[in-house]
Ligand binder design. Sequence first.
Ligand code: S3P
Length: 430
Amino acid sequence: MTESVSPARSVSGAISVPGDKSISHRYAMLTSIAEGESRILNYSTGEDCRSTLACMSQLGIAHEFADKDGRRELIVHGKGTHGLQASKNALDAGNSGSTIRMLSGILAAQPFTTTIFGDESLSRRPMRRIMAPLAEMGAHIEATNDQYAPLTIHGRALTAITYEPPVASAQVKSCVLLAGLYANGETAVIEPVRTRDHTEIALRELGADISTERRTVRIRGGAPLHGKPLIVPGDISSAAFFLVAALLAKEANLVIANVGLNPTRTALLDFLKSVGASIKILSVESANGELIGNLQVRNSRIRGGTISGALTAALIDEIPVLSVLGAASQDGFVVKDAAELRVKETDRIATVAENMKRMGIQVEVKQDGLEIPGKQTFHAAELDSFGDHRIAMAFAVAALASDGPCLIHNAEAASVSYPEFYRTLREIAQ
Ligand code: S3P
C-alpha cells in the first residue's frame, strides 16, 4: 500500500495511542501462564501483539475480546505455569522480535519441543543472544546456522544462572527472567545499562518472587502466578511520532492521553525537553505498577543534541523519528553507540539515511550512528518503509514537514505496532 502524506501547517487536537506494545506482549504471555482469568484493557492493536496471542492459542491458551463500556477488553484464560500444551504446528512470531525472544524463555522450560519462526526480517535478526543464556540454563535449541530463526526449542528442567548480557536488551533480560521463573533456585540478570523493566513489574504484579537492585534483577523460580485485571498504558514509542510532528509544525497544541510514563521509557521526554521542546505532563496515575499520564506538546524551536551511551539504549526505538527532528533542529543531532539499530526490523541506520537522501537531507552515516546537520528543509519525495513500521511512521512525520506531498511505499508496515496511525495523523494535521 502506498500512502500520500501532504504537508501540514498545524498539528492540534486531543488523541490517544494504542496500548503499549512491550507491555501487551508481556501481559499476553504472563496471563497465559497465570492461574485463572485475566481481563486486559487497551491491549495493543498492532500485528506484533496479535502474533503473541496466536502463539499462546497454539500452546492451548484460549482468549477472546469483549466490549467494556466502549473499550476493547482482552480476556485470557490462563492455565498456570505448567498449563501449556505442545503445539501441533510451528509457532509464527511474524515480524516480532519480542515474541520470539521472550517466549523462547518460557518454551525452554516446557516438557515438550516447539518450533518458532518468523517473517523474512525476523529470520535475519540475531538469536544467539538468547540461545547462549538458555543453553547455560540447560535448554537445547536448534537454529539456522546456529543463530537465526526458525528456532526449535527442546524444553528441559532448567537450572538458575547469573547472566551478564553483553548487549543492553530488555528482550534478552526478559527471556532469562521468564526461564528463571521455571528454574530451580535464583536466577540473576546483571544488565550493562538498565533497560525497560515491564517484565519485572508484570511478574511482581502477578505474584512472582522478583527483586531489583540497581542493574541486577533476581527471580526465584517456582512461584505460581495469579491472573488479575490489567490496564495497558498507551505506547510512548507510538506517541513519539506525534510529539515530533507537533514540535516540527508551525503551530501546534496537541494533547496525547493515557500515555505510559514508566521511568525506563521516558528518556524520550527528558531528551526532547533538554533540546527545547515544550512538553507538559498534565497528570499522572498508576496502574498495575506502571505510570500513565496525559501529555501536552506545542511547536518548539529545537536546539542541537547528542544521543550516546545509555541514552542511546533508552531511546533506541525513537531514533528514526528523532533523526527527522534533528534535521530540522538548529544545530543538528548526533547519534552514537547505536550499532543495535542495524539489527532491528530493518537496518535502521541504512533505512533512515536512504529516506533522508531521497528528501534531499544531508546525513553522515557511521558504523554505529548518524550525524544529521540542522536547519535543513525536507523536499517532497517517494519514500519507503522497507517493511519497517517505525520507518514508515517516522517518514510520514517528515512528509508533514516537507515542501510538497510525499508518497510512502509499503506504508502498511505501520500496522505492526499502530494500525490506526495514518487515520490519527490525518485527524490532527492541517
Ligand atoms: C523491546 C525491547 C527493545 C525494543 C523493542 C521492544 C521489549 O529491543 O527495541 O522494540 O519490549 O523488550 P531489544 O531488547 O532488542 O533492545
